[in-house]
Structures are given as structure tokens and as C-alpha cells.
Design a protein around this ligand. Structure first.
Ligand code: BES
Ligand code: MN
Ligand code: ZN
Length: 496
């Protein structure tokens, strides 16, 4: 899909559709919309006057063959109240417009940016919206949607002098959105098409293409390193585990400078192991590798954006299966760090594999850690599918992530990590146990378990179990993988 700027007067643009957005205000036909209205002989004033177009969020008004305009159609999308409008609203409006037109077999459109909004930030948001909205999850359907495809989009409303900053935003937005789609494509893969070995191969190919250093640890290397927690999960499956290590080094990096560790859980299928999950809905556990895929997508974007800080991405990957050699409740494992773990529930496997990955990342020299994981069902109880759950050991570092979430329009909410919760995972027969002792706070005890392995290194954990997968399509996004947290993570590294 081509995205370009068109600086010609928008009423004169030729396209299958001319798209813009209306605000919900006493007179929605003002500013640039009144210019279109004038060219169209007052048509929009009439439509708004009749109450058909009000500017309410995501209200669609499609006008065919608008007299006075060159475009074959005019599509108006409601954007809500002007004073509440943000890049986040723009992303939804623009993405929804693309999906609306695509489903009607329209192949190209021009999108008019409203008065005062022609900036780099707007262009970035538009590129992100269009490219993520265009992503479909029909990879394994032999009958595609009749070849419906958007070939080209033109962004209108930028003057010749505004265009160059717009181009910069567009380039950044394209990099981020394509990386988000890279993540979503991985998350969409079923477990028979994406084993830990295949994930590692795909990560390696991505890293080479992006010019990143990559090392894949196979089961022998993992055993040599004594990653006992990861191996305890992997032993229940015939598929061998992998640890993917990808490094981004800035051109003028200095020795002793901070190194950010991006650690992501990549369980390519989570049956629960011997503590097996119920059959109903188990198919969704193919997305239990979303944390890892998010970190891979993030470092893919960073390779192109070239921030001035070193980043090491560590993705432990395994299946969680109840094979004959599977670990059993009560088993005691020794993690790479030397800590002993009593595995009371084999379904609390994400924290086990993250324990070793975080310890290894520290050995590789990371000074600041973020981990992303589809860690707990309890985070869905706490925050539903609306907010990502955030946990941190260092408030200054956590605040940076929360600021990046705000800046990129991703909803995240911090949960507490009082010392009292730590008591919940004190072990009876080993140093720690992998589930809390039945007193609720399941997402927090999961976070505390991981934190034991981060130690004094500033650490953030984001629980994306509720947000990495959309059970229903949104007007601006296909059903399925969302790629959530990637934009925040990229922003966090770039603003470090
Ligand atoms: N992968 C799951 C968490 C999950 C749940 C992800 C729902 C996506 C949607 C994780 O490995 C898990 O099974 N967690 C258990 C932990 C429990 C045994 C302490 C859970 O949340 O039930
Ligand atoms: Mn599990
Ligand atoms: Zn899991």
C-alpha cells in the first residue's frame, strides 16, 4: 500500500473517495469542511442540518458522486468532540475509514487532515493507522476477500512547506506499523506453524534483514547454561526450546552506557502442562508467545529508527505440554540463577521461562529491563481487555514507560507491588513457589516471582494477557492479534 502526500487543493482531488473527519460541535461544517461544502454547493450543510452527520465518534456518512468534487465519493467520519481529539482518536478514525472503504472494494482514497493538524505527529499517526488497519488475518484462507485491497492512500491538507515534516512522520509511522504487523503475523500463527524452532528461524531472518546481531541458543546451549526453569517447562514437549538473543548496538555507543533489556515470553502453545487447562477456549493459547513477538517487533523497528542506546532482546521460547516427561506439581527446579523453585502449578510456566531469560539478560550486561508477557488470566479480571497491566521495581523507570504509553496512545495501568505480596510466593520446600498461596492478587504474585530474578536491576513487567488478542474485530483493526505495547516500548527506548 502506497502512502504519499498530495498538496493540491482538496476539493480538486481525484480519487475513489475523499475522506475527512467531522467534530461533534454546534456547527460541524466549519474549517476545511466548509471549503468542501462550498465546492459541493452546500451539500454538507444540508446533510448536517438534517441531523444525518453529527460528528459523533465513528459515525460514517458516505456520499456518492458529490456534485462539484472530482472524487467519486465523499466519506465523512465522526471524530467526537474537538477538545478531546488526539492522535489516538485520529488513529481510530483513519483506520476505521480504511477498513470501511476496503470492505466496499474501494482501491484508493485521499484523506484530508483538518485545519491546524498538518504535523509530523499527525502523519506518523496516520501511517500507523492505515498500515495496522490494512492487516488481515486471512493468511490461511484459500479464498481471500475477493482480492479487496487498498492500493494507495494520499494524505491531503499539508502545504508544500509542511510536507517535509509530514514525510518524516510518515517514515517513522511506517517503520513502527510494519513492525507491529510483523509481531501480529507471528502471534496469528497457530502452534503447528510456529514452534519454538520456527520462531527462532523467523527471528533470525528478521534480524539479518534488519542488520541486527543475532544468536539462537538451542537445547544443548540452554542445558549448558543450566537454564533449569526454562528446561522444566520444555521437558513436557517433543519440540525443543530456543532462546533468541538479538542485539542492537548504536553507532556511537560508549562503554559503560546503559543497556536496555527487552525480554518477552514466547510459549508457542500453553496447554497448562500436567495442570492442564480446560478444553473450552484452549485454542487461544497459541497467542501465549505475544510478549516475545512484541519484543522482536520492537527491536525490528529500533533497528531502523536507530536510537542512541544499546538494546538486547532475549526471547525464551517453548511449548507447555503434558508429555510423558513433563514436570509435575511439587517438582523442585533450580533456575539458572541458582534459586530453587517449587512448581505448584505447571500452568504458571511463563514466569519460569522469564526467570532464566532475565537472569541471562543481566549476564549479557543489561542495566534496565522490561519484560512483556501474556502472564495471567487474573489481569483480565482486573483490567479486562482495555488496559495493559504494568508492574515495576523502580518508580522512575516505570514512570518513563507510563509516559511513553501516554505519548503513543496505548492504555496501561500500574498495579501495586507492596512487600506484603512477596510473602505469597515464599516456598515451603524450596526458595520460592511459582503460584501465590491462594490469597488472590494473581497478577501481582506473578510479577513478584519474575522480580525475584531481576533483583536490583530496574525492571518493568507488562502483562498483556488481556490486550494482545482482540476476540472481536474493531472498526480499525482485524480480529485477533493487536501488537499492543510495541509502540510504547519503541518510544521508551527512543526517549531514553
Ligand atoms: N498463558 C497463561 C495466561 C493467559 C490467560 C494468557 C488468559 C492469555 C489469556 C499463563 O501461562 C497461565 O496459565 N497463567 C495461570 C497462572 C495460574 C496457574 C497461577 C492463570 O492465569 O490461570
Ligand atoms: Mn500457563
Ligand atoms: Zn502461559
Amino acid at each position: 500500500m502506497q502512502i504519499t502526500f498530495d498538496t493540491k487543493p482538496f476539493a480538486t482531488l481525484e480519487a475513489d473517495a475523499l475522506v475527512s473527519y467531522l467534530f461533534e460541535e454546534s456547527d460541524p461544517i466549519q474549517g476545511r469542511i466548509s471549503e468542501i461544502d462550498t465546492a459541493a454547493g452546500g451539500l454538507l450543510t444540508k446533510i448536517a442540518g438534517s441531523g444525518e452527520a453529527t460528528g459523533k465518534t465513528l459515525e460514517f456518512t458516505l456520499i456518492h458522486a458529490p456534485a462539484g468534487l472530482k472524487a467519486a465519493r465523499l466519506l465523512l467520519v465522526g471524530a467526537g468532540k474537538r477538545d478531546q481529539f488526539s492522535s489516538a482518536t485520529l488513529r481510530k478514525v483513519a483506520g476505521a475509514a480504511l477498513r470501511y472503504l476496503k470492505s466496499r472494494s474501494i482501491r484508493n482514497f485521499a484523506f484530508l487532515v483538518r485545519e491546524g493538524a498538518a504535523s509530523a505527529e499527525t502523519a506518523q499517526a496516520l501511517a500507523e493507522a492505515f498500515i495496522t488497519a490494512d492487516f488481515e488475518t486471512d493468511k490461511y484462507k484459500t479464498e481471500k476477500k475477493n482480492g479487496k485491497e487498498i492500493d494507495s492512500v494520499r494524505i491531503a491538507g499539508y502545504s508544500d512547506s509542511e510536507k517535509s515534516s509530514g514525510e518524516k512522520g510518515l517514515t517513522i509511522g511506517r517503520i513502527i506499523a510494519e513492525s507491529q504487523n510483523f509481531t501480529r503475523d507471528l502471534v496469528n500463527e497457530p502452534s503447528n506453524k510456529l514452534t519454538p524452532q520456527i520462531l527462532a528461524e523467523r527471528a533470525e531472518a528478521m534480524a539479518k534483514e534488519a542488520g541486527l546481531a543475532v544468536e539462537i541458543l538451542d537445547e544443548r546451549k540452554i542445558a549448558d547454561l543450566k537454564m533449569g526453569a526454562l528446561l522444566s517447562v520444555a521437558q513436557g514437549s517433543v519440540e525443543p526450546p530456543r532462546v533468541i538473543v538479538i542485539t542492537y548496538t548504536p553507532a556511537n555507543g560508549k562503554p559503560g552506557a546503559p543497556v536496555i533489556g527487552l525480554v518477552g515470553k514466547a510459549v508457542t502453545f500453553d496447554t497448562g502442562g500436567i495442570s492442564i487447562k480446560p478444553a473450552d477456549g484452549m485454542e487461544k493459547m497459541k497467542y501465549d508467545m505475544a510478549g516475545g513477538a512484541t519484543m522482536l517487533g520492537a527491536i525490528r523497528a529500533l533497528a531502523a529508527l536507530k536510537p542512541n542506546v544499546k538494546v538486547v532482546c532475549v526471547v525464551p521460547s517453548t511449548e507447555n505440554m503434558p508429555g510423558g516427561k513433563a514436570q509435575k506439581p511439587g517438582d523442585i527446579q533450580t533456575a539458572m540463577s541458582g534459586k530453587t523453585i517449587e512448581v505448584l502449578n505447571t500452568d504458571a510456566e511463563g514466569r519460569l521461562i522469564l526467570a532464566d531469560a532475565i537472569h541471562y539478560a543481566k549476564q549479557l550486561g543489561v542495566t534496565h529491563i522490561v519484560d512483556a508477557a501474556t502472564l495471567t488470566g487474573a489481569i483480565v479480571v482486573a483490567l479486562a481487555n482495555i488496559n495493559v497491566g504494568v508492574f515495576g521495581s523502580d518508580q522512575a523507570w516505570t514512570d518513563k514507560l507510563l509516559a511513553s504509553a501516554k505519548a503513543t496512545g496505548e492504555k496501561m495501568w500500574q498495579l501495586p507491588m507492596d512487600d506484603e505480596y512477596r510473602e505469597f510466593i515464599k516456598g515451603s520446600f524450596a526458595d520460592i513457589q511459582n503460584i501465590g498461596s491462594g490469597k488472590g492478587g494473581g497478577s501481582i504474585t506473578g510479577a513478584w516471582f519474575i522480580r525475584e530474578f531481576a533483583g536490583d536491576t530496574p525492571w518493568i513487567h507488562v502483562d498483556i494477557a488481556g490486550t494482545a488478542w482482540n476476540d472481536d474485530a474493531k472498526p480499525w483493526l482485524a480480529k485477533g492479534p493487536t501488537g499492543v505495547a510495541l509502540r510504547t516500548l519503541v518510544h521508551l527506548v527512543q526517549s531514553f
